[in-house]
Design a protein around this ligand. Structure first.
Ligand code: SF4
Length: 481
């Protein structure tokens, strides 16, 4: 819930009342969405901190129990922002632009400049809020179903790009639609802070009495018949009165058998009886601010434990370097040793054969330690698994290497490219690539010519005028198995 002020009865019957029940049947995470408040109230943040505390007070006073659920402030769990960043990398703009509330809210707030990334991206932050806890269900009203659907799409897309040892990281959560009773504001319009027609959860008994007694009703005259469905006071009875009282006022209202004055007095009783325990819990917490602090800190710790677990899965799936995995990754990287360098004497080599001996000799000596290669015929070797590897070398000439070789079938091509500083770059093309491109290489009789060019994005094979990147095959020793 956004911290836009004290919660009213509309918030209570629309969500909070249901959450109080859910905490006994599900593992629940409830939070105050202070970052979300910034998406529309970025230019006046003076009340965010105070409103956040008010909402925590309302949560606890309405019956959310920090022992039975996880209740926290969004900005206290930084992983929400981190997951939002990861999602923002893979979410097409069109998905966000078509969320119905994106245009609706701009229309509803014509005086507010909402052309901000934060506003466009807030459904993605919501997706992060949900998926961070790998939630299976999200309790929402009809108007939020589109957001849950977007969350499902984001989870699906993330799982499509990244997985954790072949398993998806995120579940696709479902909307948990719960019927929400209608509750009109005191002026008969929808109860809303912006209309000034609310009854607050934190209002004292006298204020509630005054607000109900001043409410507009459905019976302008005593003799008119009315309907509790169309009356704010009737709505209050439907939510807060016991069945006998509800039946009494429904009969009296529809038959003009009771006065609105009596009906309102009974509604005051019912609402105040329901809210009195709320007021007691609120008073207690307000008198013990240290307990409020403990609740908020404990909630942040509980949420962070789960959030951090999810993020370490997400980071690993994406392939980011975990701070705890530096040693492991460095060890893995070391299977690809530093670049070899041809000796200076290579410039004095008498012919291309001697140059090959110097370059390929160095390379074979290094590679054979981890991937033994058996000599086959000239410039061809056999791997442990019987793959034929053609080993060829060339020196750079104007950013281009030309490898000339006999047209003989091989499974793997090791192209050792000496740069102008004499460093040897080894591009090891696996069987799939060799097979795919073998016929496209230039040839003249028994001679095949393979050209590598150093482009903007690394080395590329030149094939009929087009370029196929091969940077990923540099040091690709897996192909030598
Ligand atoms: Fe509303 Fe009660 Fe009057 Fe009917 S009798 S119109 S429910 S106040």
């Amino acid at each position: 819930m956004r911290p836009t002020g004290k919660l009213h009865l509309g918030n209570y019957v629309g969500a909070l009342q249901n959450w109080v029940k859910l905490q006994d049947t599900h593992e629940c995470f409830f939070f105050i969405a202070d970052w979300h408040a910034l998406t529309t109230d970025y230019d006046d943040t003076s009340r965010i901190a105070g409103n956040t505390l008010e909402v925590v007070l309302d949560f606890v006073s309405a019956g959310l129990d920090p022992e039975r659920c996880t209740m926290f402030v969004q900005s206290h769990v930084l992983e929400h922002a981190e997951l939002h960043v990861l999602f923002s990398m893979i979410t097409p703009l069109g998905w966000l632009e078509r969320v119905p509330s994106y245009k609706d809210q701009q229309l509803q707030m014509p005086n507010k400049d909402l052309h901000m990334y934060g506003f466009l991206g807030y459904p993605l932050l919501q997706a992060a809020d949900i998926l961070l806890y790998r939630a299976n269900f999200v309790p929402v009203g009809e108007d939020q179903v589109a957001h849950v659907e977007l969350t499902r799409e984001v989870a699906r897309r993330f799982n499509h790009f990244y997985s954790l040892r072949g398993k998806p990281v995120f579940p696709e959560p479902e909307s948990l639609l719960t019927p929400t009773p209608k509750l009109l504001g005191t002026d008969k319009r929808k109860m809303s802070k912006s209309y000034g027609n609310t009854i607050l959860l934190s209002d004292d008994a006298a204020t509630i009495e005054k607000k109900i007694k001043d409410s507009v009703t459905d019976r302008p005259k005593l003799t008119d018949k009315g309907s509790p469905d169309r009356c704010p006071v009737g709505n209050l009875h439907q939510i807060f009165s016991d069945p006998a009282r509800l039946e009494y006022i429904t009969r009296g209202c529809t038959a003009a058998g009771i006065t609105c004055v009596e009906c309102k007095s009974l509604a005051v009783e019912s609402v105040n009886a329901h809210l009195e325990p709320f007021r007691q819990r609120r008073r207690h917490l307000a008198d013990h601010p240290e307990q409020l602090g403990q609740i908020i800190q404990a909630g942040a710790r509980k949420a962070t434990r789960v959030a951090e677990e999810t993020m370490s899965m997400a980071r690993e799936a994406v392939g980011l370097l975990a701070i705890t995995a530096v040693g492991k990754v460095a060890a893995e990287q070391s299977i690809r040793p530093a670049l070899l360098r041809a000796p200076e004497s290579i410039s004095k080599a008498k012919n291309e054969n001697e140059q090959w001996e110097l370059r390929a000799g160095l390379w074979l000596e290094k590679v054979s330690k981890s991937h033994p290669l058996k000599k086959d015929r000239q410039r061809t070797f056999i791997t442990r698994r019987g793959r034929k590897v053609g080993v060829h070398t060339a020196a750079e000439a104007g950013g281009v290497w030309k490898f000339r070789l006999q047209d003989r079938p091989v499974n793997v091509l090791a192209l050792i490219a000496q740069d102008k500083d004499r460093y040897l770059h080894d591009y090891i093309l696996p069987p799939k690539v060799v097979q795919e491109h073998w016929k496209q290489f230039e040839r003249s009789g028994e001679q095949v010519e393979i050209t590598i060019k150093q482009g903007e994005h690394g080395a590329a094979l030149v094939l009929n005028g087009s370029e196929t990147p091969i940077r990923e095959y540099e040091g690709n020793y897996a192909a030598l198995e």
